[in-house]
Design a protein. Structure first.
Length: 321
């Protein structure tokens, strides 16, 4: 696989942050004075898959919403000097095929928060983004106010596995021609998406066109996949997470089976598991309000916990006096 840069000029809302050797493209919604909420997207998925209206809805619920392109996708740094894993290396989970880790990607995201002057944020991740969000909470716990992990898993190879029929989808050669890319994008979401809430083709085409115009990098997708398949089982580490956590999963997910969501919720102390009927491996507009309500509830649990700690600390000070 090789990279094809189809980028066009940057939109007015997009900005860039240099995080070590990686330059991240990001965009914000809402008022900066509001509690920050970081959205982390999944494998080979640009930040615009957190669709504008979804982000605007979140902002209207009282958040300063931050979305960004992970390394090796969209307008963020494409790791062109890093080798591309072979299909055999991916199939065998060969660590020699991985140029970087999910922990490196989590450090990118935490670095973006630092760049923005954010001490701590509510963190929401989808699919691979859920894995990255988990690692931010594990490795940089002071950065996380609450955690929402959507359609993700723990890294335990016995859970969250894709339906065998979808394996070719993960290992396929990604098209670089514009029309082929759009057809492949639409076919992918039809294969993994919610059949009870089928996406309209016009909407999928519009998102696909936007992604193509922002930049298509097939080799980056392979490198991200290598980071996923070579990752360690996070189950023991998830027990360290102490912030309010909600795990959301669709009961019809064929790409990351529901066992991944159940295992994630079981591994994180006090986590709430929300299994959504009919949801597969996507975020259909019909379910946005449900997902956003759960994000808001998790953030409220964090706010209540912080208030309780502050009240307890005040009482202790008064007792000392």
């Amino acid at each position: 696989m090789t990279d094809t840069d189809t980028s066009t000029s940057t939109s007015s809302g997009e900005q860039f942050a240099q995080i070590g050797a990686v330059r991240l493209c990001y965009e914000t919604f809402g008022e900066k004075a509001l509690p920050p909420l970081l959205l982390v997207m999944g494998l080979s998925s640009q930040m615009v898959l957190w669709e504008d209206e979804f982000c605007e809805k979140l902002a209207s619920r009282g958040f300063w919403v931050i979305r960004f392109d992970n390394r090796d996708v969209g307008r963020s740094t494409i790791m062109r000097d890093s080798p591309v894993p072979t299909r055999l290396q991916l199939a065998l989970r060969d660590r020699r095929g991985a140029s970087y880790s999910l922990a490196d990607m989590a450090a990118d995201a935490a670095g973006l928060l630092g760049h923005l002057g954010v001490e701590a944020a509510h963190v929401v991740g989808a699919s691979m983004g859920g894995m990255i969000a988990q690692l931010i909470a594990i490795n940089d716990p002071n950065r996380v106010l609450s955690l929402v992990s959507i359609m993700s898993s723990t890294g335990n190879r016995r859970v969250g596995n894709p339906n065998a029929a979808l394996l070719p989808l993960l290992l396929r050669r990604r098209p670089r021609d514009r029309e082929e890319y759009i057809r492949d994008f639409i076919a992918t979401f039809r294969a993994i998406g919610s059949r009870r809430h089928p996406p309209g083709e016009d909407r999928l085409r519009a998102v696909a066109e936007r992604c193509y115009e922002r930049g298509v990098h097939p080799a980056g997708a392979a490198r991200q996949l290598a980071a996923i398949v070579t990752a360690e089982d996070r189950t023991p580490l998830l027990a360290r997470i102490s912030v309010p956590t909600t795990v959301i999963h669709g009961d019809s997910d064929r790409l990351v089976s529901p066992s991944g969501g159940r295992a994630s919720a079981s591994a994180i102390p006090g986590a709430s598991l929300v299994m959504i009927p009919g949801m597969a491996h996507d975020l259909p507009p019909a379910l946005w309000d449900r997902v956003i309500d759960e994000i808001v509830l998790c953030a409220e649990r964090a706010r209540e916990a912080m208030t309780a700690r502050a009240d307890s600390n005040q009482l202790q000070k008064e007792d000392v006096r």
